[in-house]
Design a binder for this molecule. Structure first.
Ligand SMILES: C[S@@+](CC[C@H](N)C(=O)[O-])C[C@H]1O[C@@H](n2cnc3c(N)ncnc32)[C@H](O)[C@@H]1O
Length: 220
């Protein structure tokens, strides 16, 4: 995978995301990502990292299923809402989640630590490959890495930002950055689904989904 920048990293920096969250009301009890439910629903609870957790729906879902979750995002507004959402569900859920405000392009999770590392629609552009390498390195032996993003073949209509095209990826591109002797690929595919936007429009999304398991002897 290329380490070269796409020139859009600053456009997708902290200010971009803060503005985006400030610009709309809290999502409240938004449902977790469907690919998370499909891919992680059968895993036994352990320690999880939600990288780029946004308003926390995935972290809350994992915690409510018994996972101890570290949830990281660059946007303070999103994290405040996420924390409030978790607290409203009670201590059993809230106490299982640690919220961390950090820039994933520089923040380094503990190596070999998490039973599940999950990241959905985080596209830091220039630092993407290095980010996914660090996330992979933080998966414990026997643990799962789940990467979901917008697939390049997604319909043009839903791309709200021209530069966004440059940060889409396929599951195969992300898998290519993992040592095949250390990782077993369980799922690497594109999936199409329909969603209703905040303003009530029906749009079609195409997800790139990579689920891979680090072998028990798979040192990074
Ligand atoms: C499209 S949203 C997805 C949020 C959530 N994962 C979901 O699926 O609903 C992308 C999220 O990644 C976060 N993010 C983007 N770049 C980041 C970075 N460099 N470090 C940490 N978080 C980042 C944004 O603040 C935002 O919450």
């Amino acid at each position: 995978m290329s380490e070269e920048g796409t020139g859009v990293s600053e456009e997708f920096g902290k200010e971009f995301w803060e503005e985006r969250y400030r610009g709309h009301a809290a999502a409240g009890a938004r449902r977790p990502n469907p690919q998370l439910i499909t891919e992680a629903g059968g895993l036994p609870p352990g320690t999880a990292l939600d990288a780029g957790c946004g308003e926390g729906a995935d972290a809350v879902w994992l915690a409510s299923r018994g996972w101890r979750v570290t949830a990281v995002d660059i946007a303070a507004t999103a994290l405040r809402r996420a924390r409030e959402h978790a607290q409203a569900l009670g201590d059993a859920v809230a106490s299982r989640i640690e919220w961390i405000e950090a820039d994933l392009t520089t923040w380094a999770p503990a190596a070999g630590h998490f039973d599940l590392v999950s990241t959905h629609y985080v596209h830091p552009a220039a630092a993407r490959d290095a980010l996914f390498r660090r996330l992979a390195a933080s998966v414990a032996p026997g643990g799962t890495l789940l990467v979901v993003g917008h697939h390049p073949s997604a319909p043009q209509a839903h791309v709200s930002h021209a530069a966004a095209r440059e940060v889409h990826f396929t599951a195969e591109e992300i898998a290519a950055g993992l040592d095949p002797e250390r990782w077993d690929i369980a799922v690497a595919e594109a999936r199409t689904r329909s969603v209703t936007t905040r303003d009530g429009r029906e749009i079609v999304l195409r997800d790139a989904v990579l689920r891979t398991r680090r072998r028990l002897d798979g040192h990074v």
